[in-house]
Structure formats: structure tokens, C-alpha cells
Write a protein that binds this ligand. Structure first.
Ligand code: PAF
Length: 304
């Protein structure tokens, strides 16, 4: 029987090479590194938006070659319905990336990442105990596992992640440190819509009404920043004011709203310039997260 041609196998989209075979991807990177090129890597689950594109730009500024991976990682979804619903726009993503100076896309198949018999896990403890770790059991093991695998497959010099997934950035940094992974990790600022909503692939799943309700996340973070800037240091008071925003917004189920320290994400009672305000909430059937570092200028002050 004739072997069917995989439509994605080493495709070229507008001069941009798309690799699906991890060995080929690695060989390409080995050859590029032998030419002295510095490799930048932006891991994504696709459904690309301006936040991802800012990571690509950061990589282009700092490295010679930028590789973007697109892989919807099943092991980081604790809810099968969430995995099913997750937006998949591979061909649009490829077209978008082909317009930027990305050098290659790595879009491995599920069985190349998780072959039959696969039975290893990566568990980062401590920083995963609460918040996302509590509301999405197993999520961070899936993230740590796939990020480590992607790092091994692509072997980048520098990898770029968004601050929007604040806890994820700590998990990746911890894993890299603990397992001596030779990859530098860069965290880039959250990119927001003009009205403050943090860019997320999940925003595409919001109805118009829910999108409006979802603004309560950035609104309460902005309020926390303003209170801090005005001199408020009592974390309980800041949190109460944030919670009041949620009480005024029907149709939004808050999961957590709090202030934590930047390294371990333990709740703080005294707010400092590096404290992080974190939020997770369900808006309709879409779960959104957001955060801000209190003493930092966030995009809601620059975007408007
Ligand atoms: O942040 C994401 O999009 C994902 O968690 C990541 C890092 C690509 C791993 O699947």
C-alpha cells in the first residue's frame, strides 16, 4: 500500500519550514549551532495572538534563529472537555508566523511526544502546591514534562515565556534549575487588549457578554496596582477591594484573588513592590487567569 503523505511533514509554508519529526528538528538545530547561531525558542499551544508574537519578537532581538513550537499538550489538561474545546488554528498560525521572521515551526504529532509505553513523569513540588496547582490537579506535571521534552527536542539556547502564566514561569525556572537543563529562560510582559483583557488563546472562546464580564480580572488588578501606588500596603485591604469588583460582576465565578510573594507564591500580608496580585476566575465556561507585579508599570497604563 502506498504510504500516505503526512500533510504537515516538513511542509514549507511561504518559505517557512514546518518540522514534525523531533529527530529532524534536532538535526537542524545541531547544524545551525555548528554555524555559531544562537537558537531562540517560543513554545506554544497554537491559537496564536499578539502575546505570542511579542515572545517571537523578544527571541528575534536576542537570538539568531527563532523556532516556534505548536503542540496542544494533552497531559496539562485536567479536564478532557477543556482539551476538546481548546482552540486549534494550525494553518492560520503557520500563515501568521510565515509573515514574521521565524525560522522554523516545530509541530510534533502526539505520538512523537508521547509514544506508546511512555511512563516517565516530571513533578515539580512546592511552587505547584497552590493556585493553579490546586484548581488544575496534574496541570504542572504536564507542563513540566512537555517543556522538558520540547527543550530536549529543540535544544534551544534561550526560551521565551509570557508573564501571564506567572506560576508556570516559576515551575519552568525551578525545573530548569533542578535538572540542570542548559536553557536560559526569559519571561516577557503580559500583552493586553486595549481595554485591559490579557491576551490568551482562550479569549476566542468567550461570548461577547462574557468577554465584557472578563474585564473584571484586569480591572481588579489595575485597582490593586493603583492602591499600591497610592501607598496602601495592607494586602488584606487590597484583596478586599479586588474581591468587591468580583461581587459587582454577575456570571463570573472567582477561584482565587490574592497577593503573593514573587518566588514561592505564598500569600503575603504586607504588599511590596515585587508582590504579585494573582487571579483566576471562570467567565461563562471559560477559565481565565491574570496577574500583575504591584510595583511595575503594566500594559493597561501604556495601551490606552
Ligand atoms: O503556556 C503554554 O502555552 C503552554 O503551557 C506551554 C508552555 C506551551 C506548554 O504546553
Amino acid at each position: 500500500m502506498a504510504e500516505s503523505k503526512d500533510p504537515l511533514a516538513d511542509t514549507v509554508v511561504n518559505n517557512l519550514k514546518v518540522y514534525d519529526d523531533p529527530r529532524k528538528m534536532r538535526d537542524v538545530v545541531i547544524a545551525l549551532r555548528a554555524q555559531g547561531r544562537k537558537i531562540g525558542f517560543v513554545p506554544t499551544m497554537g491559537a496564536l495572538h499578539a502575546g505570542h508574537l511579542s515572545l517571537v519578537e523578544a527571541s528575534r532581538r536576542e537570538t539568531d534563529v527563532t523556532i516556534v513550537s505548536i503542540f496542544v499538550n494533552p497531559t496539562q489538561f485536567s479536564d478532557p472537555a477543556d482539551l476538546e474545546r481548546y482552540p486549534r488554528t494550525l494553518f492560520l498560525d503557520m500563515a501568521l508566523l510565515s509573515q514574521l521572521s521565524v525560522n522554523a515551526i516545530f509541530a510534533p504529532k502526539q505520538d512523537a511526544v508521547y509514544p506508546a509505553g511512555y511512563s516517565t513523569s516530571v513533578v515539580v513540588s512546592g511552587v505547584t502546591d497552590r493556585w493553579e496547582g490546586e484548581f488544575r490537579p496534574g496541570h504542572f506535571s504536564g507542563v513540566a514534562m512537555v517543556v522538558l521534552k520540547l527543550f530536549n527536542m529543540v535544544q534551544p539556547d534561550i526560551a521565551f515565556f509570557g508573564q501571564k502564566d506567572y506560576q508556570q514561569t516559576l515551575v519552568v525556572r525551578r525545573m530548569v534549575e533542578d535538572l540542570n537543563v542548559p536553557v536560559q529562560v526569559r519571561i516577557c510582559p503580559t500583552i493586553r487588549e486595549r481595554d485591559g483583557l490579557a491576551m490568551s488563546s482562550r479569549n476566542a472562546l468567550l461570548t461577547a457578554d462574557d468577554r465584557e464580564r472578563g474585564l473584571v480580572l484586569s480591572r481588579s488588578l489595575k485597582l490593586a496596582s493603583e492602591l499600591f501606588a497610592a501607598g496602601e500596603r495592607d494586602a488584606t485591604k487590597i484583596r478586599q477591594r479586588m474581591l468587591a469588583q468580583f461581587e459587582k460582576t454577575p456570571g463570573v465565578t472567582m477561584e482565587y484573588v490574592t497577593l503573593v510573594d514573587p518566588a514561592q507564591m505564598n500569600e503575603v500580608s504586607h504588599a511590596r513592590a515585587d508582590s504579585v496580585a494573582i487571579i483566576a476566575a471562570r467567565v461563562g465556561n471559560v477559565r481565565l487567569i491574570d496577574n500583575c507585579i504591584l510595583g511595575q508599570v503594566d500594559a493597561w497604563t501604556t495601551n490606552r
